[in-house]
Design a protein around this ligand. Structure first.
Ligand SMILES: NC(=O)c1ccc[n+]([C@@H]2O[C@H](COP(=O)([O-])OP(=O)(O)OC[C@H]3O[C@@H](n4cnc5c(N)ncnc54)[C@H](O)[C@@H]3O)[C@@H](O)[C@H]2O)c1
Length: 381
């Protein structure tokens, strides 16, 4: 019998489902000492929460997250609610001695993120932020190749995250499903929502960012607020692009928008080094494109590695099906959870911790500051 890790999940939306799926599947595929036990789920609507509990197998429900945090039959609180709630729930959960798993972006601001880091660190509780794209096997493989020095000196890092779902001017802002458009709940627009993913991966693959020069735009200036029915100004960035300089001397170019007609969730990244380059595309997530200048001249070219093999070097894939059969988006959460459970057993913190996610928050805050001031901004200023 595995020892249970008793989960209290807050939020029954997109991420609530993705995490619940991971909790249910992880022990079937990964040999971890601890097994998640779905103890309780919380969201505000009792009927919807009960339906969610029935669907995913939670033992009980709550409609006030404070009651959940106070329960003594819960080991870990998982925060899957809009960004404006991450800080308060984290502080309460840490004070109650619970582990905290939090969705990204960590916080609304750097100042709030600092308080959250302090809360979990002073309480000495395990903590992690769900920047799940690190656990796409092809992205993890990219990390391994970079760490082995295959690229040599890195010159360029570029990333895009493109969507098109907010182009309609009559789309309301705020409330259920549309909180991402309301700056009071989201903190920012594409910068915290999409660029934060690109920045997290970039910091992981290519190291710290020193300074940024950004521009952003809000294409639709006012929208009806779903909760009040009133037309109110839109405070989020609809699109944002920035240049940056990394500590290792390489140059970065990042772009994100919800106004790229035809793109639904196109996250792409490319790294160009002295000896080799690599690129990855979320729409083809099981492939890593790789070019090595060391290849024999006649055969030199971009190769497309189908990251599904079991030969021991392709990350995570030996846990799934037979070689050649690919996995998808939901598996990234299973992988991150498996790593977290392993970390609890070994005593090694699983990345990204809250502190790691604070570094991403600092870049995002610098990006927003630079766009506002139309000037270069130092990260961490
Ligand atoms: N890692 C990723 O790739 C990824 C993807 C999507 C969202 N996210 C992050 O996950 C978080 C949630 O996003 P989502 O897409 O799941 O949102 P969602 O709108 O689908 O779900 C939010 C849930 O929170 C609940 N909720 C809101 N206020 C609450 C409160 N006061 N008490 C209890 N429950 C409350 C809602 O009822 C809903 O069930 C956000 O921080 C978002 O940035 C991360």
């Amino acid at each position: 019998m595995k020892e249970p890790l008793r989960i209290g999940l807050i939020g029954c939306g997109f991420m609530g489902r993705a995490h619940s799926n991971a909790y249910n599947r992880v022990s079937n595929f990964f040999d971890t000492a601890l097994a998640p036990k779905l103890k309780a789920v919380c969201s505000r609507d009792p009927g919807r929460t009960q339906k969610f509990a029935d669907t995913w197998g939670y033992d009980s429900t709550e409609t006030d997250w404070r009651s959940l945090v106070d329960r003594d039959d819960i080991d870990a609180i998982d925060i899957c609610v809009p960004n404006s709630l991450h800080g308060e729930i984290t502080r309460a959960a840490a004070a109650a001695g619970k582990m905290v798993l939090c969705e990204k972006p960590l916080a609304m601001t750097v100042a709030e993120g600092e308080l959250m880091c302090r809360a979990v660190e002073e309480a000495g509780v395990a903590n992690m932020v769900w920047y799940n794209y690190r656990r796409v096997p092809a992205v993890t493989l990219a990390k391994q190749l970079i760490e082995e020095g295959k690229l040599g000196r890195v010159f360029h890092y570029r990333a895009n995250f493109l969507q098109d779902w907010t182009i309609a001017e009559d789309l309301p802002q705020g409330g259920q499903a549309l909180w991402r458009l309301d700056v009071a709940e989201a903190g920012s627009g594409v910068t915290g929502d999409l660029l934060a993913h690109c920045v997290d991966t970039a910091l992981w693959l290519n190291g710290a960012i020193q300074d940024v020069s950004a521009m952003s735009e809000t294409f639709v200036k006012q929208r009806v607020h779903q909760l009040t029915g009133e037309v109110t100004p839109v405070g989020i960035d609809d699109a944002c692009a920035f240049l940056c300089r990394f500590d290792n001397g390489s140059l970065g170019v990042f772009e994100s928008t919800r106004y790229a007609r035809g793109h639904k969730a196109q996250y792409t990244l490319e790294v160009n080094g002295e000896h080799a380059s690599l690129r990855w595309d979320l729409h083809d997530l099981h492939r890593l494109e790789y070019f090595s200048h060391a290849d024999e001249g006649r055969l030199r070219g971009w190769r497309s590695i189908h990251v599904t093999d079991h030969d021991g070097s392709q990350p995570y894939m030996d846990k799934w099906w037979v070689p050649g059969l690919q996995i998808g988006y939901e598996h990234t959460f299973v992988h991150q959870l498996a790593d977290f459970l392993e970390g609890l057993s070994t005593g090694v913190s699983t990345v990204p911790t809250f502190r790691d996610a604070l570094a991403t928050q600092k870049v995002c805050d610098a990006v927003l500051r630079s766009a506002r001031d139309r000037a270069w901004a130092f990260v961490g200023e």
